[in-house]
Structure formats: C-alpha cells, structure tokens
Design a protein around this ligand. Structure first.
Ligand code: NAD
Length: 260
C-alpha cells in the first residue's frame, strides 16, 4: 500500500500499459484518474474498479484539456503522481518520405503532450509540497531499428525532456523519471504487427517467438511488467531517483550473444 492517500493521473489509462498501471497504483492504495480518448474502455475500467479509478475524457493533443485534467485532479484532493503515457503508433514514413503533417501529429501526441502534462501538473504539485512524474518513452529512443522515424524521435525527446524537467523541478520536490518499454503485448504493438484482435495468448505466443531470437529473456513483455516499474518510480522507494529511466525490455537492447 505504497500509495495510500495518494492521488494519481494516468494518461492513456484505458488500455495496455496505462490500464495496468492505473490498476497497480489503485491496488497499492491510490485514487486514480484515468484520462483517455477511449470513453467506452475508460468508463468500463472505472465502473469495474469499485470507486478506486475515475475516468475523465481527455485528448492529450489539446493543451486546454490537459490543463483542465490536472486542475480537476488537484481540486479533487491533490495531485501526487502523474503518468504521462498516452500514445499511438504515429507516422510510419521513413525520413525521405515524411509528411510534415504526420510529423506534427506524432510530435503533438507523443512529445508535446508529455511536456504539457508536466507543465500543468508541476505548479499544482509544487504548491502541495512535491510529487512524482513518470513519462513513457520506448526502446525506439535508444536505437534505430525499433520504430519509425517520427515515433523514435519523439520518444528520444521524452527521455531528454525527463532530464530537463527533473533538474528544473527538483527544488519543488518533484521527481521526474521515464520508463522505457521494449516490446509489450498491447493494442499499439499488435496493431503495428497487423495482429490486432488476436487473443492475448496468441499475440503473446507470436511476440515471444520473435523475442526468442532478439531478447535474452525470450517472452513477450506484459503491461504489468511496465506497471511494476512505474509504481516503483512513483513511490517513496525511489525518493533519491530523478532524471533517469528504467529499461523494461527483457534485455532487447543488449541483444542475445552470438554463437560462434
Ligand atoms: P495502447 O494502445 O494499449 O494504449 C494507448 C492508450 O492511449 C489507449 O487507451 C488510447 O486510447 C490512448 N490514447 C491515444 N491517443 C490519445 C490521445 N490523443 N489522448 C488521450 N489518450 C490517447 O498502447 P500501449 O502500448 O499501452 O501504449 C502506451 C504507451 O507505451 C505509448 O506512449 C506507447 O508509445 C508506449 N510504448 C509501447 C510499447 C509496446 O510495445 N506496447 C513499447 C514502447 C513504448
């Protein structure tokens, strides 16, 4: 119960990593507001949560909606934890075919949203003595081979923004860190592989097959694997940790050993 009496906002909390994290924080005692554009899934999660999770329809590409979200959370009793996590695949074109509009849309969804989430939460957290912010990056921020150009660049921006914000907000007792997922079985990933709609065990099996060739830990990553890392970073267990990230990728980025 590391979050008893704490209040958290989770963007993109209606599905995948955000959903698992909202449930994990709630299981450990937090009151959680899930913010998402998927009203149906968000409302269903809230209804099944026994009052621990509330849903607020929020489009994180809209500054006014992010500001209203943070204000509402603060007005409901304070804002201790923010998980800036909402996202989608974004532009898939390579650099020499990029569409300027797709680039802007991807940056707005994946990077500007995180900057604004921090921007509107930080003053409210500071007024109440501090807080913890966690942002979702991606292994695509660390290497060229994992995702398209705009997505990867936005996620690299999230990692750098995490450091800048951590330095700027430390005096206000606000810690800012990131989580870096590898390949995790969620809608975003199964959509990318064109296996959206596959049953979870089926999708896990397909991803584990691919992972076995690339990852030292040859299983599919689960949303719960990421939720555990986010919960740690958001908790007092991480009170001396700021401006960094936890890589949760089954070893993908170190790769498997070559057999000679
Ligand atoms: P998901 O599709 O299961 O969940 C994403 C959620 O974000 C959905 O509920 C969606 O409705 C919401 N969302 C999309 N656009 C939004 C908007 N404009 N405003 C508010 N909510 C919006 O996918 P996921 O894998 O859980 O993705 C969560 C985060 O993890 C994303 O930032 C993604 O880039 C990142 N990530 C995922 C993986 C992976 O393999 N699954 C790997 C690295 C990083």
């Amino acid at each position: 119960m590391r979050f008893a009496g704490k209040r958290a906002v989770v963007t993109g909390g209606a599905s995948g990593i955000g959903r698992a994290t909202a449930l994990r924080l709630a299981d450990e005692g937090a009151s959680v507001i899930v913010a998402d554009i998927d009203g149906e899934a968000g409302a269903a999660l809230a209804a099944a949560s026994g009052g621990r999770i509330a849903f607020r329809h929020t489009d994180v590409t809209r500054a006014d909606e992010i500001e209203a979200l943070m204000q509402a959370a603060d007005a409901a009793g304070g804002l201790d934890i923010v998980f800036n996590n909402a996202g989608a695949g974004g532009a898939r074109e390579p650099i020499d075919q990029l569409s300027p509009d797709d680039w802007d849309r991807t940056m707005a969804l994946l990077l500007r949203s995180v900057a604004l989430g921090i921007r509107y939460a930080a003053p409210l957290m500071a007024r109440r003595g501090g807080g913890a912010i966690v942002n979702t990056a991606s292994v695509s921020a660390l290497g060229a081979g994992y995702a398209p150009t705009a997505y990867s660049t936005a996620k690299a921006g999230v990692l750098h923004l995490t450091k800048i914000a951590a330095a700027d907000l430390a005096a206000a007792h606000i810690r800012v860190n990131a989580v870096v997922p590898g390949f995790i079985t969620t809608a975003i990933f199964t959509r990318h592989l064109d296996i959206e709609g596959a049953r979870r065990e089926q999708a896990d099996g397909m991803i584990a097959g691919a992972a076995a060739k690339a990852q030292p830990i040859p299983r599919a990553g689960r949303p719960e694997d990421i939720a555990a890392a986010v919960a740690f970073l958001a908790s007092e267990d991480a009170s001396f940790i700021t401006g960094t990230h936890i890589l949760v990728d089954g070893g993908l980025t170190i790769g498997t050993r070559a057999s000679w």
